[in-house]
Design a binder for this molecule. Structure first.
Ligand code: NAP
Length: 286
């Protein structure tokens, strides 16, 4: 058994497989999720359950949050029986959700006032790397805090890169998701342009993935495009949130506004809970 006791809040598409990896690595894990029935398969796999975020923190050395957005993370901190209400100096809270750098610094400040350590550690990589324990973890932390959490990062990711103090990890995450959005939009536009001129999706995806323009995104999203089926690995609404946060954090490059508008439109068309690759459905309809 690993000696660090882990508390985990947020059992969505990412949190569930990440907790499973910690259990497989013999960490003692206690979970809390707003919708309780999402805890059951993890309890069956050996996790304990806590009645509230505060109770979770009281029984853990490290608490990790993996939640939708800034509002969700702030609610889990500040609500009745939230993390900030517990009297638990010396423990460590790691936020792995994608939130704004400003929110990360706010969380660090709340933690400092409670004598808790805070790390921001958003991740690059989707459900498959979460399942495989091959996420890239973008850490904002002091060196001491980073080293303390390293055994956990080693299980969840293939690498953890400490890019600065809390807030800077979130800045790195917004930057990489801008590139993700550009890749998805470019892939969708390219396949649709080719198809309208007589090149099948199969042939165009083959051309892309055999050539120098291939990358992890063009490879992993090809089956979804071919099957025209987009169950969420990374929900489109979350990328809309990330592009908005990038704009708010000062990204003012020529492509950010049209990129944001394109994904926002797809969300407004009802595609928000589909995978990000469903952008191709929206573009095909317009
Ligand atoms: P998800 O499947 O939508 O799960 C969201 C989680 O947040 C659920 O546990 C949900 O609880 C909880 N939640 C939402 N609002 C809440 C609130 N107000 N109070 C308490 N809990 C709340 O999201 P995900 O795909 O796991 O993503 C989690 C985070 O990782 C997001 O910030 C996302 O941007 C980021 N991320 C995702 C991916 C990906 O590929 N999926 C990749 C990298 C980063 P309920 O079960 O009760 O709804």
């Amino acid at each position: 058994m690993n000696t660090l006791k882990i508390g985990w809040i947020g059992l969505g598409n990412m949190g569930n497989p990440m907790v499973k990896n910690l259990l497989h690595a013999n960490f003692e894990v206690t979970v809390y999720n707003r919708t309780k029935d999402k805890e059951s398969d993890l309890i069956a796999a050996g996790a304990k359950s806590a009645s509230s975020p505060a109770a979770l923190l009281a029984s853990s050395d490290i608490v990790i949050t993996m939640l939708s957005n800034d509002e969700a993370v702030l609610a889990v901190f500040n609500d009745n029986n939230g993390l900030a209400t517990a009297d638990t100096a010396g423990k460590t809270i790691i936020n792995m959700s994608t939130v704004s750098p400003e929110t990360s610094r706010k969380l660090a400040s709340i933690c400092a006032s409670k004598k808790l350590n805070f790390i921001d550690a958003p991740v690059s990589g989707s459900v498959k790397p979460a399942q495989d324990g091959t996420l890239v973890i973008l850490v904002g932390a002091t060196e001491t805090d980073f080293n303390y959490a390293k055994p956990v990062f080693d299980v969840l990711g293939k690498t953890a890169i400490n890019v600065g103090l809390p807030g800077v990890g979130s800045s790195a995450k917004l930057a990489i998701n801008y590139l993700l959005g550009l890749n998805l939009q470019g892939l969708a536009e390219t396949v649709l342009f080719a198809e309208k001129n007589g090149v099948s999706k199969e042939d165009m995806l083959n051309i892309i993935n055999q050539g120098a323009c291939a990358n992890g995104i063009t490879a992993i999203k090809a089956p979804a495009i071919l099957n025209d089926s987009y169950p969420a690995a990374f929900a489109l609404k979350h990328l809309v949130k990330d592009l908005r946060l990038a704009k708010e954090a000062g990204l003012n490059a020529p492509l950010i506004q049209p990129l944001y508008d394109s994904f926002k439109k797809a969300q407004e068309e009802g595609l928000g809970d589909q995978d990000v690759m469903a952008i191709i459905t929206s573009l095909n309809n317009n």
